[in-house]
Ligand binder design. Sequence first.
Ligand code: SF4
Length: 265
Amino acid sequence: MNDTPINWTDKTWNPIRGCDKVSPGCKHCYASTFAERFRGVPGHPFEQGFDLRLAPHKLDEPVRLRKPSMIFVNSTSDLFHEDVPESYIRQVADVMLQAARHSYQVLTKRSERMRDLLNSESFRDVAMAENVWWGVSCEDRKYGLPRIKHLRAAKVKHRFISAEPLLESLGQINLAAIEWLIVGGESGRSARPFDVAWAEDLQHHCAEQGTSFFAKQLGAKPILNGEPLMIPNAKGRRDGHAGDPNQWPEALADLRVRQSPAAVI
Ligand code: SF4
């Protein structure tokens, strides 16, 4: 269990290590880049690089954490990866139900498997748990929008969308039954551009459809009116990475919204 700089959660919990890239949002996966650096280093937790493997010794971490927290499940993997046995997903579910003083955010790009499992009798309890949020990544129209349909088709208590890194406009988006949407640009030296107008559109759709909106950051290459938007970072350098809404220009006042649905708080 780790503290995290991710500003919409408190802790990360990774009872699985490694993953495989499935869509454009994965292109610069920081977890993959980090893990592959240690491939072949004897004794290192990432000796096998980013190959998927279970980490059952980490399963009970939420049980041992006394302070009620918001926990991002598998921040560096995907619980519904095809190689994670259903029995292991059930063990993760049991921990979330047992340590119910915490809230959990489960985010996936494998939305069809998530839908199918959560709609089955064996996962009914955790699907409808008050303290578990089920979410899908939505980085573009081709891969992301179908995931939202799968999420809506899952019979769960709480649904959210992570539109990060957002790679294009999502157009007229249907947010029915979605309680929370988080948006952000891409970080890192190879980041792809993030037109802030895409996020502004999402903010308007959220306001119209009653979905809580949370602008996490503008990424390393924000674009405003077709031009690079240069914003000072914490060290005073104007490198464009924009995580602090107080430093965003007045034109982006609408994006300073950082709502959380009442059930989360
Ligand atoms: S699904 Fe997530 S963890 Fe897996 S490769 Fe893609 S970005 Fe990385």
